[in-house]
Write a protein that binds this ligand. Structure first.
Ligand code: GDP
Ligand code: MG
Length: 178
């Protein structure tokens, strides 16, 4: 059996949002291909990849991942990507306060225009850059908690918490009833 309504084999649209340069594309490539390419290309518009994971209860979740470009000139296109998304992953760079502000902008945007039952995650990426940290873990935790989001810090470079991010999101998805 297959399809979005099969409770054992979920298929969900996931959109990544956040400032340009925070590591959205690297997170996706780490998750889907297990690779990190430090010279990866800037995303133009949006790109699409999919990856399936199995949960412990033998449910499978197929993520259809829309990786958006963070550039201002594409901001008007964002609703096309988050419309109908079951999951939004909002990413900032823990070394960049501007990117944390931009993440908060995206959260508000999603609260206004996303689907009401969207699962939202806040991700502080580049956690390997300890010595350049500007956003404390507790700031991420507090903001996420206030906004009913799942929170995690990741490193696409070292692979730290990348699989955990997607597993935790998958566990929080509303399940279709049989
Ligand atoms: P995007 O614009 O959000 O898609 O960002 P990219 O995925 O293109 O990454 C932007 C830059 O940050 C690239 O130079 C990456 O090599 C670097 N980068 C991405 N993730 C990490 C990370 O976890 N740690 C470190 N140190 N650098 C990262
Ligand atoms: Mg990108």
């Amino acid at each position: 059996s297959s399809g979005a309504l099969d409770p054992k084999n979920l298929k969900v649209k996931l959109v990544l949002l956040g400032d340009s340069g925070v590591g959205k594309s690297c997170i996706v490539l780490r998750f889907v291909r297990g690779q990190f390419d430090p010279s990866s290309k800037v995303t133009v518009g949006a790109s699409f990849l999919s990856q399936t994971i199995a949960l412990q209860d033998s449910t499978t979740v197929k993520f259809e991942i829309w990786d958006t470009a963070g550039q201002e000139r594409y901001a008007a296109l964002a609703p096309l990507y988050y419309r109908g998304a079951a999951i939004a992953v909002v990413v900032y760079d823990i070394t960049n306060p501007d990117s944390f502000n931009k993440a908060q902008y995206w959260v508000k945007e999603l609260q206004k225009h996303g689907s009401p039952d969207i699962v939202m995650a806040l991700v502080g990426n580049k956690a390997d850059l300890h010595e350049k940290r500007e956003i404390q873990v507790q700031e991420g935790i507090d903001y996420a908690e206030k906004n009913g989001m799942f929170f995690i810090e990741t490193s696409a470079k070292t692979a730290d918490n990348i699989n955990q991010l997607f597993e935790e999101i998958a566990k929080r998805l509303p399940r279709p009833s049989t």
